[in-house]
Design a protein around this ligand. Sequence first.
Ligand code: NAD
Length: 298
Amino acid sequence: MSSIAFVGLGNMGGGMAAVLAGAGREVFAFDLDATALDRACDAGCLRSRSAAEAAGRADVVITMLPAGQHVRAVYEEAVLPNAKAGALLIDCSTIDVESARAVAEKARQAGFRAADAPVSGGVAAAKAGSLAFMVGCPEPEFPEIEAVLQPMAKAVFRAGEAGAGQAAKICNNLLLGVSMIGVCEALALAERLGLEPERFFEIASNASGQCWSLTSYCPWPGPVAAAPSNRGYEGGFATAMMLKDLKLAQTAAAAAGASTPLAAQAEALYALFDRLGYGEKDFSALIQLLRGRLEELG
Ligand code: NAD
């Protein structure tokens, strides 16, 4: 079984590395944050003193870092100079398509196999090993990548060549960010028109307004028990994270010459909500801004 270097043990990476160790993999872990590294070691990972040391020990290198600049730096300074010959490099961070393609290209020039494999599903799915992975890699390499990711996954999709995993991820989150605002607006209007929001939920769930943001993640507390709206909008997908992904989508759209006017509006709304101090709240909490009831967020 291949040994794994895991770099970036934060909210997501910490859970993922623990799942791999729990599945019996040898996991050489590193994070700049000593607490995150201690937590991973308590969960069965092996301590490395640097990303370079971890990368030099393993057959597969997985990175789960905040943004494109972190991935570029870790690849250039630690992974590419130190990874074993022929190692498989998988970046699971959500980053811009351009950085994903650039690091994959550099990795290939240095003789490594490389894939981008961002994930859908939050911290709970990372801990439970039930993430959805969207992979950008050459087709012949996919089976091996799928086998490495499998313990952490409920599904592993190949989206296309290098960068295609990031493209799929940011397009999906563009759709999610826009659809959630539509659901929030509809529920806020239903309330103003004197409709019971729960009744409107029931009707729209069975009519053409049905969508995941409504039926699986309803921003109005009550109808969907597991939704963050029932927990004070805590512990879901942070507004700041959605904002980051919409910025990635807008940058990609500008570079590709694509028109994304609703995503631009959505980005502006989440940015406003973030600036008002609600960046840590789940993105569905935006309904309280639209209702003019921010005081309900405490
Ligand atoms: P996080 O900030 O909790 O974790 C990132 C970790 O990387 C931190 O522990 C940090 O210390 C570490 N790090 C940064 N630079 C490093 C370096 N040079 N060497 C070693 N470690 C370094 O972030 P997260 O929530 O775990 O998210 C990670 C990625 O996953 C992001 O790209 C995010 O967009 C994506 N993502 C997050 C979620 C979510 O719900 N949190 C869901 C899907 C995807």
